[in-house]
Design a protein around this ligand. Sequence first.
Ligand SMILES: *Cc1c(COP(=O)(O)O)cnc(C)c1O
Length: 389
Amino acid sequence: MNQIPIDPQNAIPVQPYGQLHDSRRLWSRRVHDLTPYIPGEQPRNRRFIKLNTNENPYPPAPGVLTALHQYPFEQLKLYPDPTGQVLRQTIADYYGLIPRQVFTGNGSDEVLAFAFQAFFNAWENQGDARPADRDCIVFPDITYSFYPVYARLYQIPYRLLPLADDFSIPVAELAAPSTGIVLANPNAPTGMALPLAAVRELAAADRHRLVLVDEAYVDFGAESAISLIPEFDNILVVQTCSKSRSLAGLRVGFAFGNTHLIEALERVRDSFNSYTLDSLAQTCANASFLDGAWFEANRARLIATREETAAALGELGFRVLPSAANFLFVTHPDWPAADLYHALREQGILVRHFRLPRIEQYLRISIGTAEEMAELIRVLTVIGTGTAG
Ligand SMILES: *Cc1c(COP(=O)(O)O)cnc(C)c1O
């Protein structure tokens, strides 16, 4: 299996399995060998302008607050509806689907984890031989770093497809023989989106292979592959309430696809935990989809702020990748990214820096409010002047 470290900062002290003398000797081999995902920092002790985890800077829709206030308190004593019927109907109506084409889960991370189990096979080890490329699932070398974590957890052989030098996805190469394709669209942390035609090309290349499209950021300017579902039974689209709906704390994600794909996800869920979505989460997510006016206005102002910020960063000499997401991926020819990260942190602004090959000179900056982004530009201007002087 591919053994590229996900995050060098995250290296588990490597001791051979079975040779630990503390309680870790009780760990399963699988836990011993894991390299868990590290989420962005959630500071508790200091107030930062928080531009590091792509949360939405604005509150959830007012309709969500109303739903919370009207929530029948007594209902908490009952188990939630395991099928999430009300929420699935609302979302199905919203996207022109039927409820059986909709799966709901505890954040899209959980939905993705279920999808890896439902559609990709574990490596049946036959000696030490590495699986051939065509026997691996494939995703870009620069993408959401949870994908390799899931692949390793479920022992699914994977291969990384290098992005082009401009960080675009070489679609024809991604379509080459494999056992599955995982695609974040827009991609993270680049923010760059593939057009719908490219996603269609991937699905059409081999209908015996699933194309898993993670659309965590699609509402900020990319084309959703949901429209391809009637034509392709091998596309599964995953979305979340965490980013565009300001509900990261609620933990609600979705999958959309052919009813048989949804059935597979239900089979995994019901072999693990029938109640992944609590009833408060179902109620609030439902209210969020019913409050469409707020959603449209909110994403429009975020996109406007993104474009203003990109222009201002450009004037400071940054190279800014074209973003269809609620973040910008930027690099500066003269300012090392690690130094900038620390300088910003000292000034109370948190951004994300990945110490990874190819992108260590980049910062990922989430789009906050217009005021927060103005402050970012002000601080960067001061830092820049300091560097020059
Ligand atoms: C944020 C993010 C997710 C996870 O979102 P949750 O629904 O909060 O679990 C999934 N994929 C990508 C690419 C993301 O950036």
